[in-house]
Ligand binder design. Sequence first.
Ligand SMILES: CC(C)(COP(=O)(O)OP(=O)(O)OC[C@H]1O[C@@H](n2cnc3c(N)ncnc32)[C@H](O)[C@@H]1OP(=O)(O)O)[C@@H](O)C(=O)NCCC(=O)NCCS
Length: 187
Amino acid sequence: MDSDSFEILPVSHGDQAEIEDLLDLSFGLGRRVKTSYRLREGQIAVDGLSFLVRDSALGLIGAISFWNLCIGHEGVPALLLGPLAVHPDLQGRGVGRALMTRGLDKARELGHQLVILVGDRPYYSRVGFDIVPDGQLLMPGPVDPRRLLYLELTPGALAHVHGQVLSPGRYRESTAERLSALAVPHG
Ligand SMILES: CC(C)(COP(=O)(O)OP(=O)(O)OC[C@H]1O[C@@H](n2cnc3c(N)ncnc32)[C@H](O)[C@@H]1OP(=O)(O)O)[C@@H](O)C(=O)NCCC(=O)NCCS
């Protein structure tokens, strides 16, 4: 199989169990303890931004998804890229890069401005990701700061974004908690 011989397809609901199996194979069964998973809990992947590559003989060989995030007190929107996984037997053939490129192109088309992820810079820098300046973004758990990466889909998108990175659900809860802590009791 070479890079001309695979087709990137949108993920549909029925693909999910197979994708979970691929993620277990690629990342191991302990993958859910990672901080990135705190950002996906209770959420669903962004509609129209999940893609896969399937081989008629080998089945599912790669998948990618993106998730909405809210950053800082203002809840500035951004995307989390990942998980991205390619079957161990078929790595190094351009499937990962093709999935990323398709996802990022589509995200740009949909008007998203900023993407972050936790991953290996030597790999993701190939499509333009760089390390988030130290302390600019706070993740909801431990992350090696050299692995917290960003890509601006609109130039300058990171410059005005600071603070806690949360899922939209968690952001709504934390905003409600903040407002109720500030509220003056009646009576
Ligand atoms: C990382 C991953 C998605 C790459 O997919 P892939 O289809 O093999 O990647 P591509 O074919 O597009 O690119 C291969 C190139 O990237 C390099 N590469 C792959 N993983 C890398 C990493 N972690 N760090 C640096 N370079 C890496 C390869 O050495 C190869 O280099 P070459 O082009 O100079 O030969 C795949 O290896 C994988 O699923 N790994 C396990 C899960 C994982 O770590 N996912 C990413 C974190 S979200």
